[in-house]
Design a protein around this ligand. Sequence first.
Ligand SMILES: C[S@@+](CC[C@H](N)C(=O)[O-])C[C@H]1O[C@@H](n2cnc3c(N)ncnc32)[C@H](O)[C@@H]1O
Length: 302
Amino acid sequence: MIKIKTIGRIPTQEELARITQQTKVMPFRICYAGEGGDTWKVLRQEETYSDKSVGNREITTLQRSISEIAKLIGAEPINLIHIGPGEGIEIPVLFERIKPTNKAVYTGVDISKEMLVNTARLQSAQLKGVKPLWYQTDIETEGNLELVAEETRKQGAKRNLVCLLGQGVISSNEKSWENISQCLKSGDFFYLTIEGDDIARRDEICASYDLPFVRGLISIGLRRAGYDTRKGSFKTSFNPKKSRAEVHFTTGYRGDILSLTSYKPTPKNLQKRLIRQGFEIKHLKFYKDLHTFAVLCQKRNH
Ligand SMILES: C[S@@+](CC[C@H](N)C(=O)[O-])C[C@H]1O[C@@H](n2cnc3c(N)ncnc32)[C@H](O)[C@@H]1O
């Protein structure tokens, strides 16, 4: 069994359910605990999701960009803070070039304990010889990531690399990036891979969210928020004004719930947002064929 430390403030399922009912916008993190962890595991192994779709675009971008990112970070030991590892599928690629050894540690951070357990089990071979730290927290709540970053520094090397890889849903809440920016100190880095917008392929982008296992995951959240998913219908669309894909769940009797949002920026929109959140962009590459970005940032000095 791995040792998971719960840190900071995590909203309860009841609080998240209440937010959904009052605002008609479901905080997606309501889905991931318990049964949600296992649904994600099945989804990750689903061919339709991983081979053709969003999951594949972001991991390929990680593979293509990792050498350049490792060069820019330099050889000094650096801790990896991996946000929302899920299945930990990014670990082998990260470790190929940035393996945390020689004082540095690997820190997995997730709101769902099940995801951390799955990552530790599925990546046990990769984690041999590495000192992993496991934290359960909500990175969308202010102050939590700062606590994780501090504890990581205390137990590992002096500098951190915060990794947000393939996390369009977490990124659709700008507060997440604000919290990442706040946890960075001088010498730290932020590594981001994210699928962007492509006007010609918006239908394909949206189709990822209509897959049965994705609907299954959304339905877990909706049921936890008190909605009967048999009495309504889903519709996915692209909202260019907000640079995001949106999944709406419409019930005849209780109106419309915005049940998932996933940030899909244009290059201009992405740069503007990074600057607004106090990042200094060290590297930004758009892989056109995958319409996905790889970005490395540091905290801008004011
Ligand atoms: C879409 S999965 C992606 C996992 C992995 N990057 C992959 O592509 O397989 C999202 C992950 O982020 C975690 N997560 C979602 N919201 C979170 C939050 N607010 N704080 C911490 N972890 C969160 C989920 O539990 C899950 O492990």
